[in-house]
Ligand binder design. Structure first.
Ligand code: BDR
Ligand code: CA
Length: 311
């Protein structure tokens, strides 16, 4: 299995990403680190604990991370995710506390202790990962690749120009993009193809176990805000696309490109600039996800959720 450390801000779709990783024999989830984003960081940590309780996997370590970005104020995504960050389902209480180490220190020691390079998956604002790369460059050789959900080849969802995770900490994303490490970007242009349509939600509910029901309830709330705020007919389930890319490389098509993030724009702070056609003559620094086989994605996700719920 691919050893993975998952940095996230659960978050409806982050929660599904955690469950997808837990339910996939192709992934070995070494730990979860949390960040502010969809909710304040303490709440994100508590949410991750409750998702692990739902999956009955309190053995997976959780380390709490950044309360705000490298510069500026914390921007919280409660307009989509509700007051708790995962409004909707009734989740069980935590079965285990977070570890004592902070996220950056936990990532560092986990990487240095791992026998082989580890894949770092980031599905929230990139603050923890940015700090890790900035303050502990010695971990570089132990990172197999960084796969992040953020940015877009197109427009944003938080400002007209910027996607949420990129907008929440563009300076940290810049550290990732300029790190020289292997990077894969899963942006909105990809995740907007991964919609939890009513038949998908029905398949979750039909599993008839606590995990399936909780996921259907997560999608119910998420679908409601996506319909109100963005007029979407079904919610895009962004974050698990990163994990799916590791499980089944054939699901997603990629293009190697130069990617930069705007850290200073007046109207465009957090916008990603993806040079798909090589117009800027800059060296490519990322593989950018372009298309996903949505039915294949849902077959994979639903099979994993069912595995977690049936254990
Ligand atoms: C990203 O922002 C959050 O709302 C989601 O969890 C996802 O990581 C999508 O823009
Ligand atoms: Ca997220």
């Amino acid at each position: 299995p691919v050893p993975v450390l998952l940095d996230c801000d659960p978050g409806h779709d982050d929660a599904i990403a955690i469950l997808l990783a837990l339910g996939s024999p192709a992934i070995e989830l070494l730990g979860i680190t949390t960040t502010f984003g969809n909710c304040p960081v303490d709440q994100a940590t508590y949410n991750a604990q409750r998702i692990l309780a739902l999956a009955q996997r309190p053995d997976v370590p959780i380390a709490a991370g950044a309360a705000g970005p490298l510069a500026g104020e914390a921007h919280i995504g409660d307009f989509i995710h509700g007051r708790t960050g995962i409004d909707g389902p009734d989740l069980p209480a935590p079965l285990a506390p977070p570890v004592r180490l902070g996220a950056v220190e936990f990532l560092r020691t986990s990487l240095l202790d791992a026998p082989d390079p580890v894949t770092l998956v980031a599905t929230g604002p990139m603050t923890n990962v940015g700090m890790l790369l900035r303050d502990h460059p010695d971990v570089g050789p132990k990172i197999a690749e960084i796969v992040f959900m953020g940015g877009s080849t197109e427009r944003g969802n938080t400002t007209p120009a910027a996607e949420f995770n990129a907008y929440a900490d563009p300076d940290a994303l810049d550290l990732v993009l300029t790190s020289g490490l292997p990077v894969r970007m899963v942006g909105l242009n990809l995740s907007h193809q991964a919609l939890a349509t009513p038949d998908v939600v029905e398949r979750m509910r039909a599993m008839d176990h606590a995990v399936g029901r909780a996921c259907a309830d997560l999608m119910g709330f998420f679908g409601g805000t996506y319909s109100e705020v963005f007029d979407f007919a079904a919610p895009p389930v962004h974050d698990p696309c990163t994990i799916a890319a590791l499980i089944d490389p054939g699901l997603i098509t990629w293009r190697r490109s130069f990617v930069a993030v705007e850290t200073e724009g007046r109207w465009t702070r957090g916008a990603t600039v993806v040079d798909l056609h090589g117009r800027l003559d800059e060296p490519a620094n990322a593989d950018v996800a372009l298309t996903i086989d949505a039915p294949g994605y849902w077959d994979l996700v639903l099979a994993a959720l069912d595995r977690v719920g049936s254990q």
